[in-house]
Design a protein around this ligand. Structure first.
Ligand code: PSV
Ligand code: MN
Ligand code: MN
Length: 381
């Protein structure tokens, strides 16, 4: 039962994690990074081959702009992959200085909406189910713009996009506390995202990026609540020590990841409807092995969450035994699930050690030799 669940888990990797990235201070280019979206898929195929549970790749438009998206989708399929969420990008053009869909200028708003609608056209071509929307929109100074009017503009754009969604397509709205705007973000928190999604209808759901909260925020509470309201669309997994660090998921706080995954399991969210996506950047570590490690970290947290003795936990909770209830949860967290996952991998016909398996392929040496002039894409670009 636990093994079957682990075998069925699908973790989506982000195209931009394969490209060069960095901070505003420096991008450290790595040898062999992909020069095109096609090469990013080649790398993603390596991650899937090593782990068996990373069958889809999220695209970011226009970072992954190509002439023929159906051809890109076919290329993915030939490699045992599929194209996942389409991430819209309305944050990198000069026009968006004062916002995209919430900009005070109607012409800029029209332009931003045009891009969002174009992303739905791309979904039609790729067969992607999810449109992921993150807006950098916000203000830096009190009085800069009318906070409530910006919400009206946001609602108007979201509703136009919502109307355009086809059958089986969803809109995932992502929130973020701050950055790049420093006074107000137009979608700063889950409550704002939830309120918009609630008005829009059932095809609109909230996406939780684990790096987008104030320090100390109880993310698993948000997960539990959104699941209960049937408004949890998925995750952008990564980890952070300070702000939106985009480090490998499970690196900074594996216990938090376990607590989140427990709420997912508990809330019945371990189903294809919840998108388990990574949103990370590997600025100083080798990218493909880092992505493999991240996938493994999600698997480990999931395995521990699945191991929680729900019956014993329920009994302890019902009898008000605080210590026993906590002990049941901690027992699962403190279990070494690596042997279980090694078995799962062997049963899937995989090497029990995905990073070692990848290293043996010689792929890293091959791309370093063949790919000259790798592109700089993703955060920090
Ligand atoms: C914004 O910080 C974000 O988390 C959004 O998901 C963007 O699409 C992504 O990062 C870009 O890396
Ligand atoms: Mn994100
Ligand atoms: Mn982010």
């Amino acid at each position: 039962m636990i093994k079957a669940a682990l075998k069925s888990q699908a973790i989506e990797t982000p195209s931009w994690a394969y490209g060069n990235s960095g901070t505003r201070f420096k991008v450290f280019a790595q040898p062999g990074v992909p020069r095109t979206p096609w090469e990013k898929l080649d790398d993603a195929a390596q991650v899937h081959a090593a782990t068996g549970v990373a069958p889809s790749v999220a695209l970011h438009i226009p970072w992954d702009k190509v002439d023929d998206y159906a051809a890109l989708s076919a290329y993915a399929k030939e490699r045992g992959l599929r194209l996942g969420a389409i991430n819209a990008n309305v944050f990198q053009e000069d026009d968006y200085k004062l916002g995209s869909v919430t900009n005070p200028d109607p012409a800029v708003r029209r332009k931003a909406l045009g891009h969002l609608l174009e992303c739905v056209d791309i979904m039609d071509a790729t067969g992607s189910k999810d449109l992921k929307l993150w807006f950098s929109d916000g203000t830096n100074y009190p009085g800069q713009d009318d906070i409530a009017a910006r919400q009206d503009r946001l609602a108007e754009a979201l509703s136009a996009v919502y109307e355009r969604l086809g059958d089986g397509q969803r809109m995932l709205l992502e929130y973020k506390l701050f950055e790049p705007a420093f006074y107000t973000m137009d979608v700063p928190d889950w409550g704002t995202a939830y309120a918009h999604c609630l008005r829009l209808g059932e095809k609109a759901q909230v996406v939780v990026d684990t790096g987008h909260h104030a320090p100390g925020t109880n993310i698993e509470f948000i997960v539990a609540l959104l699941l209960r309201e049937k408004k949890l669309g998925g995750f952008d997994f990564n980890s952070r020590f300070y702000a939106d660090d985009d480090l490998m998921v499970g690196a900074a706080d594996p216990f938090q990841l376990f607590r989140i995954m427990y709420e997912v399991v508990r809330g019945g969210g371990f189903v294809p409807d919840i998108a388990f996506m990574l949103d990370q950047c590997h600025n100083i570590e080798a990218k493909i092995p880092a992505i493999i490690r991240s996938v493994m970290n999600v698997q480990e947290a999931t395995a521990k969450a699945l191991l929680v003795d729900r019956e014993a936990l329920g009994a302890a909770q019902a009898s008000g035994d605080v210590l026993d209830a906590n002990a049941v949860l901690m027992d699962a967290y403190n279990t070494d699930v690596r042997p279980l996952l090694a078995e799962v991998r062997e049963e899937m016909g995989l090497d029990p050690d995905p990073v070692a398996a990848y290293r043996r392929t010689g792929w890293a040496e091959k791309i370093a030799a063949e790919r000259v002039g790798g592109d700089q894409m993703g955060w920090g670009a």
